[in-house]
Design a protein around this ligand. Structure first.
Ligand SMILES: Nc1ncnc2c1ncn2[C@@H]1O[C@H](COP(=O)(O)OP(=O)(O)OP(=O)(O)O)[C@@H](O)[C@H]1O
Ligand SMILES: [Mg+2]
Length: 229
């Protein structure tokens, strides 16, 4: 199985060497767990260090805000855009019908191999039922596979819910799933990451601590995290 570098420090060794190529990888977690930071790190370093072109579809956060926050980690997305190896797409989730054809044409234009969709929960808010969302995400995975893209998509977890995604269907149509936790242990909150599944590959079955600082996200593959769950 061919692998793509996740560009998240410490993560690749938890999933057998990186993201399996052409897979749809779902990243979930409650608000503030660092999903968008994770996506920007995967994208920025993928383009910059591995010369894999990319497209980032944002359905919630404005492009300007993503760029601004990325600067805090030292990542200059404007320079990437100018290099023509990367493009942002911002889409209003109220007009969702043609979002994936828009994504497809941009992926072709940029010759992208890396794609981010942040978040698919935003799509779910504007469609009639879960079955429809499941079908849409499944179609997305087929399109991106055909285009030789490895894709990272996000979904939120509602605090207190026992599920691992917003609608409970996202994980079934994704090839791999990573869950981010931000849980209270006495008076401090701690961050932990779990590789929930990787189709066709062995992976860590432990909870691992991770941090977010000025260098972005770092996972500690040799350490175990303890959170209340
Ligand atoms: N430069 C930085 N240094 C340290 N921590 C940071 C930095 N930038 C962001 N963070 C941490 O990341 C968190 C936000 O991350 P992010 O926006 O990626 O979360 P998210 O999971 O996408 O949230 P949402 O569900 O609201 O979109 C902040 O609350 C903060 O704790
Ligand atoms: Mg976000």
């Amino acid at each position: 199985m061919e692998r793509v570098k996740s560009c998240i420090t410490g993560l690749d060794e938890l999933m057998g060497g990186g993201f399996p190529q052409k897979q749809l990888i779902l990243l979930t977690g409650t608000s503030g767990t660092g999903k968008t930071a994770f996506c920007t790190q995967f994208m920025y370093n993928g383009v910059k260090k591995y010369n894999e072109n990319g497209v980032y579809l944002t359905l919630e956060e404005p492009i300007e805000s993503i760029k601004e926050n990325a600067k805090g980690f030292g990542w200059d997305f404007e320079a990437l855009e100018k290099s023509k190896k990367f493009a942002f797409i911002r889409y209003d989730p109220f007009h969702i019908e043609d979002v994936f054809s828009m994504l497809e044409s941009t992926v072709r234009q940029v010759k992208a191999n890396r794609v981010v969709v942040d978040s698919v929960s935003a799509i779910g808010l504007h469609i009639k039922d879960k079955t429809e969302l499941r079908r849409m995400i499944f179609n997305l995975s087929l399109i991106l596979r055909k285009l030789n893209c490895t894709a990272l998509i996000t979904s939120e977890i509602v605090p207190g819910s026992k599920g691992i995604s917003r609608y409970g269907v996202e994980e079934f149509v994704s090839d791999s799933v990573i869950v981010l936790y931000y849980e209270r242990l006495q008076s401090t909150f701690s961050r932990a990451l779990q590789v929930w599944k990787v189709r066709g590959s062995a992976h860590s079955e432990k909870l691992h601590p991770y941090k977010i600082d000025e260098n972005g996200i770092t996972v500690y593959p040799k350490e175990e995290a303890f959170i209340k769950w």
